[in-house]
Design a binder for this molecule. Structure first.
Ligand code: ATP
Ligand code: MG
Length: 282
């Protein structure tokens, strides 16, 4: 598979005044292939957003290099190729809405690219369909729910036809149903449209649905593997100030009471299946 993102020994230092420097990324090496769905987790200030902003040249490395489809992000002549390849979705949907009607909002990005009107209309229709918001095309964005607004923001990025999407805590401000809507939309983008996803989240129940989980701590990449590998390291995750999925924790509590289930339970469905199996053997 071809490589979408490559970080090689990336350091990032924010300068604060003349003398103070804050090291936000420390020697991060990471490769993300086309079509992957990678969740990035880590406690506050661990460097997740800084990492995300390196993936579409919003920030440049202080040391090391970042390649997007082989283009070095420091190479100014590929800036627009990079920005078009890797679209960004942020936490606050209200800050991402620019127009007074949904379809105008989704059209905003391609209009700025100078794309012909007929093609823009086609892209807007398609993007709204993919995020399941076609019936709201003429609605006023500010009247929508948080989850719907975030799906509109995603449609706006989709209309630019990116190959990858980077989402920095897109569900942080949403209620549980909004979070589910957004997560389902992003999973669909990955599975049906083949879009590479880098998904930053504080919700472990979201991270378990990714194909791969990267854990950041103090600006370093400390764990990197499939969800089952990462989330079964309960003690290590706790040490890093992170939660494990509730059902994983429940399995641990049950084990202490002598109810030994298969290790590595991550989802409610897996717990259900495993409890049924356990009970049927009693
Ligand atoms: N513009 C900035 N100037 C100076 N320091 C910054 C700046 N942005 C972030 N930092 C610092 O860099 C470190 C990493 O921040 P970053 O925002 O990447 O973390 P994060 O993992 O996204 O945190 P959160 O979970 O709170 O979003 C932190 O110590 C933060 O205080
Ligand atoms: Mg952040």
């Amino acid at each position: 598979m071809t490589e979408m993102f490559r970080l090689e020994n990336v350091w990032h230092r924010y300068s604060e005044g003349e003398t103070v420097e804050r090291v936000a990324l420390k020697d991060v090496t990471l490769s993300i292939k086309q079509g992957e769905f990678v969740a990035v987790i880590g406690h506050n200030g661990s460097g997740k957003s800084t990492l995300a902003k390196h993936l579409n040249a919003l920030l440049l490395p202080t040391e090391g290099c970042v390649l997007v489809k082989g283009w070095d992000t420091r190479d100014a002549k590929h800036l627009w190729d990079i920005r078009q390849t890797a679209g960004m979705v942020f936490q606050n949907p209200d800050n991402q809405i620019v127009a007074t009607a949904v379809e105008e909002d989704v059209a905003f990005g391609p209009e700025n690219l100078g794309i012909p009107a007929a093609e823009i209309r086609r892209r807007v229709d398609e993007a709204l369909k993919i995020v399941g918001m076609t019936e709201y095309r003429r609605a006023a964005p500010h009247l929508l729910s948080g989850g719907q607004k975030q799906r509109i923001a995603i449609a706006g990025v989709l209309a630019m036809q990116p190959e990858a999407m980077i989402l920095d805590e897109p569900t942080a401000m949403l209620d549980p149903s909004g979070r589910r809507e957004v997560m389902e939309t992003v999973l669909r983008l990955n599975r049906q449209e083949g879009i590479t996803i880098v998904y930053i989240t504080h919700f472990m129940e979201e991270a378990v649905q990714a194909g791969r989980v990267v854990v950041m701590d103090g600006g370093q990449k400390v764990l990197d593997g499939v969800p089952r590998e990462v989330f079964t390291q309960v003690a290590e995750l706790r040490r890093l100030g992170l939660d494990v999925p509730q059902v994983t924790e429940l399995a641990q509590h049950l084990a202490r009471r002598g109810i030994k289930l298969q290790p590595g339970i991550l989802t409610v469905e897996e717990m259900e299946a495993e409890l049924c199996r356990y009970v049927s053997q009693m």
